[in-house]
Ligand binder design. Structure first.
Ligand code: 8YV
Length: 330
């Protein structure tokens, strides 16, 4: 029989799918959050003091202040999610804490939601639904609920990683011409497959596209990448879609321009100060607002949970976990 080894204390900050929690209870000394409340700062610090492994989500801000109070036993932060902008990676590294995430398993779901917004905003889907539900639809008319055709328009993808590429594949099927801006040009075979046009200059791309989709991570380099100055480069008939992170767009500037009619509409699944929503956006009919649900499928959440478990298991068994996050990646 293998020598008895103490199970690692794994603190999970939010409620995860039952099957994932059950497996975690079998494998680890897991502490679960049964009522799914968002941990307050004091609770988070308490967790950092006792956990060997912390499993946070996007709703936990693991900044330098919080990290500085972690106990010496905390060696792994196995985040449940792909984005890691809620974790101060540099401070974690300095404290000898490994960070992992769950890349790859959210790609198709997030790309689907992006495509849904690319369709929903120009075709006024949410507005039409509100009309029917509000009892204000009085029958078909030739000029009723006219939106804009997306077939034949130009889509500008900002961030041609896994999700951006998956959006591009879908967009091709809807007759959109794919344009993109990325830190690096993608492989020529991918460009050929997607018939994609690369723009080294984001400014130049913005001035030419009809729909913009944000698919890059939020990092210090992408904070307010769509600044007030850049938003002004878009033409007034352009639509903006964001399923990445609210911080990539200057949300105030976006709201101001939408109110002024300087942009045609926006589809937003993410916001700068979630769950707070800019009141200006709330009043607009040409804006579709979603509650950060781009990756919210039961299949996706299970895959994410399994990735978290594999990362923890590999780490506690003394190996480098498969989804180790390095600062240079972001
Ligand atoms: C996740 C996300 O649901 O993975 C991400 O980066 O934005 C979401 O889709 C969330 O982060 C879970 O922590």
């Amino acid at each position: 029989m293998a020598p008895h080894r103490k199970k690692p204390v794994v603190i999970v900050t939010r409620k995860l799918p039952d099957a994932i929690e059950t497996r975690m209870m079998e494998l680890f000394d897991a502490k679960l959050n049964l009522d799914d409340h968002k941990l307050g700062p004091a609770e988070l610090i308490e967790a950092m003091k006792v956990a060997d492994v912390l499993v946070p989500t996007v709703t936990d801000r693991i900044d330098a202040g919080i990290l500085s109070q972690s106990g010496p036993q905390l060696k792994l932060i196995a985040s449940f999610g792909t984005g890691v902008d809620h974790i101060d990676l540099k401070t974690a590294r300095q404290r000898g804490i490994t960070v992992t995430n769950t890349p790859g398993v959210l790609t198709e779901d997030t790309a689907d939601m992006t495509m849904a917004l690319i369709l929903a905003v120009p075709r006024r889907l949410a507005e039409g639904e509100r009309l029917v539900r509000g009892g204000n639809w009085h029958g078909w008319s030739p000029t009723g609920m006219l939106g804009h055709r997306i077939w034949g328009k130009r889509l500008g993808i900002i961030g041609m990683g896994r999700i951006g590429t998956a959006v591009a594949r879908r967009a091709r099927g809807f007759g959109l011409a794919v344009h993109y801006h990325n830190r690096r040009r993608v492989h020529p075979d991918t460009e050929t497959e997607l018939d994609a046009t690369y723009w080294e200059s984001l400014d130049q791309m913005l001035a030419r596209v009809d729909i913009v989709s944000i698919n890059c991570p939020h990092t210090p380099a992408t904070y307010h990448l769509l600044s007030a100055r850049r938003l002004k480069m878009l033409r007034p008939h352009a639509f903006v879609v964001n399923t990445s992170r609210g911080e990539v767009i200057d949300e105030n500037a976006l709201a101001r321009m939408l109110v002024a009619g300087e942009l045609a509409g926006a589809g937003l699944d993410v916001f700068e100060n979630e769950p707070a929503i800019n009141p200006k956006l709330m009043k607009l009919d040409n804006v579709v607002l979603l509650p950060h649900m781009g990756s919210a499928t039961i299949e996706g959440r299970m895959d994410m949970g399994e990735k978290v478990i594999i990362n923890i298991k590999t780490f506690v068994d003394g190996h480098s976990p498969p989804d180790r996050v390095l600062e240079a990646m972001f």
